[in-house]
Design a protein. Structure first.
Length: 255
């Protein structure tokens, strides 16, 4: 079992390739290739296992792309939890593999404020969040991961998902959906980027944003009150509803 730590990576290369300064271990294969472990910070570790069980694995939650990871699972695990939902989904005891970047992206796509208490989020909202976690991780895998500094894939190539990030690393820039300025807050010493309309609760014109899909009733309330939707819908209520469904984004609702 290999724990990559913070900066570790495994690369496949010819076994006779001269090692670099931070190359520490070669697993030599029978086809003249090797699996080389590279780790500048040296926080990773190798473990020889006699069985699938290990203390580092026994306490971990499910894989996020597995069938056991669902909104119902998140809802049950979150009951009576006061921890902010972002820290909740980044806890490896709850679910593995959801780091800071992907937590930012998934919460934005689900329209959930990252500081909201995990135990105060409804089951329906967790169904959306489980879906956005799966979506953002699946998209990142297709792009080879997210390279910001030192991440590389097994062939040494960087990942390109950083070019598709909706919020992470874009504080102070315009949201690609609502065109409002993205805001940064700090949680547990980590950067959290969120959208003013999608997650923060209020649109720039003061219209209430419910941060969740509300159904046709909200559209009817909009029409009855004669209030214009935010700019990213172009004033078209049908487009607003379609964008919310297609992109898993919230839309402004008036109660």
């Amino acid at each position: 079992m290999v724990h990559l730590g913070m900066s570790g990576s495994l690369r496949i290369m010819p076994a006779d390739t001269p090692p670099l300064f931070h190359d520490h271990i070669d697993i030599v294969l029978d086809n003249a290739l090797c699996l080389r472990y590279h780790d500048p910070r040296r926080f990773g570790s190798f473990h020889w296992l006699q069985s699938p069980r290990h203390p580092l694995l026994d306490h971990l939650g499910p894989e996020p792309l597995s069938g056991s990871f669902t909104g119902a699972y998140l809802y049950e695990r979150s009951r009576r939890r006061r921890i902010p939902v972002k820290q909740f989904i980044m806890d490896g005891k709850v679910v593995v593999g959801v780091g800071n970047i992907y937590a930012n992206e998934a919460l934005f796509m689900a329209g959930i404020h990252p500081a909201r208490a995990a135990g105060r989020i409804a089951k329906a909202r967790y169904e959306i969040l489980a879906g956005t976690i799966k979506q953002v991780l699946g998209d990142a895998i297709e792009q080879g991961g997210t390279t910001l500094r030192d991440f590389v894939g097994g062939d040494g190539s960087p990942g390109y998902f950083a070019q598709q990030l909706r919020v992470y690393g874009r504080e102070g820039q315009l949201c690609r959906e609502c065109r409002a300025v993205l805001k940064e807050i700090r949680q547990g010493g980590r950067s959290t980027i969120l959208g003013l309309i999608e997650q923060f609760g209020h649109a720039p014109d003061g219209v209430w944003c419910d941060s969740g899909l509300q159904g046709v009733g909200s559209l009817q309330a909009f029409e009855e009150k004669g209030i214009s939707p935010p700019p990213h819908t172009g004033g078209d209520l049908n487009l607003m509803y379609k964008k919310a469904i297609d992109m898993r984004l919230p839309f402004v609702a008036v109660d």
